[in-house]
Ligand binder design. Structure first.
Ligand SMILES: NC(=O)c1ccc[n+]([C@@H]2O[C@H](COP(=O)([O-])OP(=O)(O)OC[C@H]3O[C@@H](n4cnc5c(N)ncnc54)[C@H](OP(=O)(O)O)[C@@H]3O)[C@@H](O)[C@H]2O)c1
Length: 329
């Protein structure tokens, strides 16, 4: 259960990688099958965004036959740049409205279950953003409001205007910053949390080594923590996790997702995959139960390796820059 009474499956599905971020898109018919497979296996939360290229069109087509049974989350607030130009934040009211109209068309629906601001816009007060979403809710075009990678003050201010159902930010065994201040705040305010990249963009699977080469167009080819130097240290974490996973009869991705689910009852991870059989594997994480000894063993493993490298490429620190700029307003 997320916030504002929004009920979803224990594990959701991140659709981004089918068209964006990890090199070539999955062929259309295969991608449709993967999304429908997730639905058939009981997944009800599907995550997409305007800026994931043709992702909304794909998600809309795949889920059209089951529209009323699923929760579709999409996002506004980032521009689709022309080739070679940087993405920019844009949450002006007219931009939000235009984005929502386009999402409704691409998603083949007349309402969006969960609408996130993709990144905080330092030029638009969050109260104005919440006010625009409130109007869209009154018009029946949107059901619930969320923010992605916001700062703490932004969350408080937004939530005071319009109750937030969810925050979507990066959180996993190798990016644990949300534990410091974000999780306590969400607990206090009763807001759900949707960790993105819960498998560390594929790192927390055991399939990536210091020798792994990422193809051009795969964002990991420019992310510092995936550089071969950083990976030489970082893979030590996965080695420790492999041992623990094997001792419990789990795979590393199952362990990584089960660990997230174990943190709070209102956490709903959205792992992405281009392969149907991995959906079966990933959703089984919701059946894992840890003992206190397991928790201690995992905490020791996580404390034993200091992860190397930033999670975003140099010059693309928008997650943090956006937060800090917005907090000052
Ligand atoms: N709000 C934001 O700013 C933001 C940012 C990033 C992502 N997201 C959302 O979060 C979702 C999830 O993040 P993500 O897809 O970037 O990263 P992720 O879920 O952490 O990892 C995805 C990667 O893990 C691999 N994988 C998944 N399950 C596996 C398994 N059981 N065994 C082995 N490998 C496995 C996938 O490879 P295969 O395809 O080969 O299985 C893929 O390369 C996205 O789809 C998107 O919806 C949001």
């Amino acid at each position: 259960m997320l916030g504002a009474g929004l009920e979803v499956s224990a594990v959701g599905f991140g659709c981004m990688g089918l068209t964006h971020s990890y090199g070539a898109s999955t062929p259309h018919d295969d991608a449709i099958k993967v999304i429908r497979h997730a639905y058939e296996r009981g997944v009800t939360l599907f995550d997409t965004a305007v800026v994931y290229e043709d992702n909304e069109v794909l998600v809309g087509e795949a889920l059209a036959p089951f529209r009323s049974e699923v929760v579709i989350a999409t996002k506004f607030g980032l521009t689709q740049p022309a080739a070679g130009e940087p993405q920019m934040e844009d949450s002006r009211p007219e931009a939000i409205r235009a984005s929502v109209e386009s999402s409704l068309k691409f998603l083949r629906t007349d309402y969006i279950d969960l609408l996130y601001q993709h990144r905080v816009d330092p030029n638009v007060p969050i109260e104005d953003v919440a006010g625009t979403v409130k109007d869209l809710i009154a018009e029946g075009k949107v059901k619930h409001f969320g923010l992605s990678e916001p700062g703490l003050n932004t969350i408080r201010r937004a939530h005071a205007e319009l109750p937030l159902a969810a925050i979507e930010s990066e959180y996993s065994m190798w990016w644990r910053e949300p534990e410091e201040q974000l999780l306590p705040l969400l607990d206090e305010l009763g807001i759900g949390f949707v960790p993105f990249a819960p498998l560390g963009r594929g790192f927390l699977t055991g399939n990536i080594t210091a020798d792994t080469k990422f193809e051009a167009g795969d964002v990991r080819s420019i992310v510092p923590r995936f550089s071969s130097d950083a990976l030489k240290t970082n893979v030590k974490l996965v080695d420790l996790l492999k041992t623990i996973a094997e001792s419990k009869g789990l795979s590393v991705p199952q362990l990584a997702l089960a660990w997230l689910l174990d943190q709070k009852p209102w956490i709903v991870p959205i792992p992405g995959t281009t392969k149907a059989h991995r959906i079966n594997e990933n959703i089984l994480a919701s059946e894992v139960e840890f003992t206190d000894d397991d928790r201690q063993q995992l905490a020791d493993a996580l404390a034993a390796v200091e992860v190397q490298g930033h999670r975003y490429p140099p010059g693309s620190l928008r997650a943090r820059a956006g937060r800090e700029a917005a907090e000052k307003k």
